[in-house]
Design a binder for this molecule. Structure first.
Ligand code: ZN
Length: 287
């Protein structure tokens, strides 16, 4: 998130001083994935902060190809700076929900109450979900989910949690289960708990080499769909920016550090209570 300081002479559609955020990936622009708008799957994907320097600096150069692909996204004045820093993770959650095909009134169970679990909660509600439940291992992790509007929360440390989940959703069942926690049992429970014709979104990556044992007949006879998503597209990012004014994303900025305290910022990412640790390049104060 920043303001445009200078522009190349061929750049159109922006002005010096515009508030912009940067969709952090763009593709080659030529392959089938790029042409169909799925640059997140491009073999030659370019990632800001990986292929070249990212945003931990006072000035950041956006390459011409990035500008051409549309990575610079104007941010509405109603979206605070610290909220705009959440566009990237939210765009990944939106990507998942768009692919899984959320429908009005869908009941949803989100595994995980970290920033991404909460992103799925807020976006599902915004996109018209019915009941949205969040499940985590410990009580403390669920308090924010309750603050952020979860209809109910469940704790897996309780022995009969699966029964409680089934009882809560009742005969109408769970349309969509989402894994926003990286363990194999979470994925297995997601498949077990979803209703017939339900859909399972594998969002969190699992350790390399993880294998899932599946009964194909279970999927076949129950018409269950399992799909995975990774990252987001520039279109997802732009759409996230458009709904950002309604999501209260600034609530995620639990810590803000100045650039000269960036090491403390990284240390804070180990803090279990943190949601988003932001680095404010322009300030030397620590919040
Ligand atoms: Zn490509």
């Amino acid at each position: 998130m920043g303001n445009i300081y200078k522009m190349g002479k061929n750049v159109r559609g922006y002005s010096v001083g515009d508030r912009v955020a940067v969709a952090p990936i763009y593709g080659c622009g030529k392959c089938g994935h790029c042409i169909s708008g799925h640059e997140n799957l491009c073999n030659d994907v370019v990632v800001f902060g990986t292929n070249f320097n990212g945003g931990f600096a006072e000035y950041m150069l956006i390459p011409e190809k990035g500008i051409e692909r549309g990575v610079l996204v104007k941010i509405d004045s109603s979206v605070p700076d610290e909220a705009a820093t959440m566009l990237e993770p939210f765009s990944c959650a939106l990507h998942g929900l768009r692919k899984i095909g959320i429908e009005s009134g869908d009941s949803i169970l989100v595994f995980g109450s970290g920033p991404l679990g909460l992103a799925f909660l807020l976006l599902s509600k915004r996109l018209g979900a019915g009941k949205v439940a969040v499940i985590a291992r410990v009580r403390e992790k669920l308090e924010r989910a309750e603050e952020f509007g979860a209809d109910i929360t469940f704790i897996t440390e309780k022995k009969d949690w699966m029964e409680e989940v089934r009882k809560y959703f009742g005969d109408s069942g769970i349309n969509i289960t989402i894994t926003a926690a990286s363990t194999l049992p979470v994925l297995e429970y997601s498949i077990e708990l979803v209703k017939r014709r339900g859909k399972v979104l594998i969002f969190s990556g699992l350790p390399t080499g993880t294998k899932l044992i599946l009964d194909p007949n279970y999927l076949h006879y129950n018409e269950i769909t399992i799909c995975g998503t990774i990252d987001s597209t520039i279109d997802d990012y732009k759409r996230t920016a458009l709904i950002a004014p309604y999501l209260g994303l600034e609530r995620f900025a639990t810590h803000i550090f100045s650039l000269n305290k960036i090491k403390d910022g990284f240390e804070t990412t180990k803090d279990k209570d943190r949601l988003r640790v932001n680095i404010n390049i322009m300030e030397n104060s620590t919040k």
